[in-house]
Design a protein around this ligand. Sequence first.
Ligand code: PLP
Length: 377
Amino acid sequence: MRKIQMVDLSTQYHNMKDEVDQALQAVIDSCGFINGGPVKEFAKDLASYLQVAHVTPCGNGTDALQIALMALDVQPGDEVITTPFTFVSTAEVIALLQLKPVFVDIQPDTYNIDPEAIEAAITTRTKAIIPVHLFGQAADMAPIMAIAQKHGIAVIEDNAQATGGRYTFPDGNEQMLGSIGDIGCTSFYPTKNLGGYGDGGALSTNSSSLANAIHLIANHGSDRKYYYDAIGVNSRLDTMQAAILQSKLKRLDTYNANRRKAADAYDAIFSDHDAITIPYRAPYAYHVFHQYTIRIAGGRDALQTYLGEHDIPSMVYYPVPLHISKAYAKYGYTSGDFPVAEEMATSVISLPMHSELDHEQIEYITSHVLAYANNKI
Ligand SMILES: *Cc1c(COP(=O)(O)O)cnc(C)c1O
């Protein structure tokens, strides 16, 4: 059996080695390391994949979120509503721009932001909502967009974990994640569903005025060398990363289908076990399983130790909700403010999930999880 890893980037590379090697060699031969041809081509490819009018690649997913907020022209003290159960970037960029992160609780089944909690948190200073499509599953975008429209607030989708995921509106209309809000942000960190071989990110939008602002901000506020129209940042996707991502984008639907097959295989074995809570699949979401996250009776920490003893990696995303993380204490939240997020942070555990998991590996992982669970009911 191949060694089990949370993510198997090596096998994925070996399955497309010639194509990647040639694309990289072509970039080196061209010496167009910054803003070379593949960057523009990849931006076009991704826009057409996401069915949006504009894509601007940038340095990483955190920058994408920061640039998105800057493009909204927010002022210090303005409020941005988001979830406390996410990777830190989502809240970090809010704080960095001297805005106020306003956290609201999550839904216990999807782990995503609770639309009902959003409306109660809106004030006259609320400028944006950042829902996160956590673990590869869409936040419930129809009510979120309705609340935003009602109050004239922007929506920035944090789509770092769900590139290729989709959301179906109540009228049956299905849209790619990252194409629903005013701006979509994603990350090409190597372990994401669409991952490069280093850092990378992108913003997507259907608004040409936002696209212009985003383009300017990501390039030092400049459209023309040495003429500056806005305060910007230096955030570019390397040409080498763009060349790799072009090859991987063609395979993304297959990668995501493989993740879903692995999730189906896990579900089939775990679904009627009383001690195991499998990932809930919301009817409106095409889940692309960035993570396969379960809860287990008897405690996830003991399961993690047990799996580790059998060479099965697992991870806890995320052990501390952001509102009670030390760095965010100054915003005045305390334990008990968001009981669902706090409960999930103590009980979730993610099992190995990637596009190259094979039958034998899944069999090995599930038999050990079951062996643990059978002692816990
Ligand atoms: C990975 C991630 C980011 C940040 O992306 P980077 O490319 O690592 O900066 C932001 N939000 C979420 C939810 C993520 O998972």
